[in-house]
Design a protein around this ligand. Structure first.
Ligand code: MN
Length: 167
């Protein structure tokens, strides 16, 4: 069992993430207002932080940077979850200090695998993240109207067309 802090402004995603994590035997705690996230993290002392990127007030990228600079939290693994997957997003998220990146709508299997990998890497010390952590597979996906509404209309999913590849 691991303590996992979720920073997410969407209630449906909070419920989804909490249910998934609890089903895997973890202890999730959610913060909806990112202005409270750093204090909540210090109090909760999580083994993993999962943060949305599109957050009002303090963005997910800024929150990741704040956690990395915090004396008590700097070594906590961070997994970013974002509805946008524009070219360069993953690099920005990793440069800010997150170890992993999962696109919404999330794949339940990918989400759980990434959580497991980060909790393992926490025990073993820092290591390189999986290079393909954001790739979609053909697993079933959880979808909900809000996360779909948040998503830029980008035509066929990344798994179906590689049209964004050329610079
Ligand atoms: Mn959001």
């Amino acid at each position: 069992m691991a303590k996992i802090l979720i920073v997410e402004d969407n209630a449906l995603n909070i419920k989804l993430f909490c249910d998934l994590l609890a089903a895997h035997g973890h202890q999730p705690e959610a913060v909806t207002d990112s202005r409270n996230a750093l204090d909540a993290a210090r109090a909760f002392d999580p083994d993993l932080v999962i943060t949305d990127i599109q957050l009002p007030h303090v963005s997910g990228l800024d929150l990741i940077r704040l956690i990395r600079k915090d004396d008590d939290l700097s070594r906590v693994p961070i997994m970013a979850v974002t509805a946008y997957s524009a070219r360069g997003d993953e690099e920005r998220i990793r440069a800010a200090g997150a170890q992993a990146y999962v696109s919404k709508p999330i794949s339940v299997v990918r989400f759980a695998e990434t959580v497991d990998e980060l909790l393992k890497s926490d025990a073993e010390g820092p290591k390189d993240p999986e290079p393909d952590a954001q790739l979609k597979s053909d697993e079933p996906e959880i979808d909900n109207p809000e996360s779909r509404a948040n998503q830029v209309d980008e035509g066929p999913g990344p798994g179906e067309a590689g049209g964004e590849e050329d610079a």
